[in-house]
Ligand binder design. Structure first.
Ligand code: AMP
Ligand code: ZN
Length: 113
């Protein structure tokens, strides 16, 4: 999608600190990390947010979560990790392309701010 930062990152038109890539998704480090490990996982296809997901995206979501588990394992996130996807203004979604924050290697507070 035109003028979508994460579409441009997925297409390699904007550089990123890439962690993993395949035909369906890209994982890259957040430019403003909120934890010692903080990366984002995005589908390569443009989906505006989790609110736009449909039943047809089930396999993609399974692949995203399985990839997150594998990446966290390879990064040694043995103490656990948090997966967050902000939807809309109240949640603070700043980039309107579905992304999952994965944060680890510090104690997380609850409830989330
Ligand atoms: P959200 O506020 O949930 O929409 O998350 C967007 C995230 O994208 C923020 O944590 C930003 O720090 C991150 N971000 C914005 N631009 C870039 C970029 N060029 N490379 C990596 N992360 C980015
Ligand atoms: Zn996009």
């Amino acid at each position: 999608m035109e003028d979508c930062l994460f579409c441009k990152i997925a297409a390699g038109e904007v550089p990123s600190n890439k962690l993993y890539e395949d035909d369906q998704l890209l994982a890259f480090y957040d430019i403003d990390p909120q934890a010692p490990v903080h990366f984002l996982v995005i589908p390569k296809k443009h989906i505006p947010s989790a609110a736009a997901l449909t039943e047809e995206d089930g396999a993609l979501l399974g692949h995203i979560f399985a990839t997150i588990a594998r990446l966290c394992d390879s990064l040694g996130c043995d103490g656990g990790y948090r997966i967050v996807s902000n939807v809309g203004e109240d949640a603070g979604q700043s980039v309107k392309h579905l992304h999952f924050h994965v944060m680890a290697k510090r104690q997380m507070g609850w409830p989330a701010g």
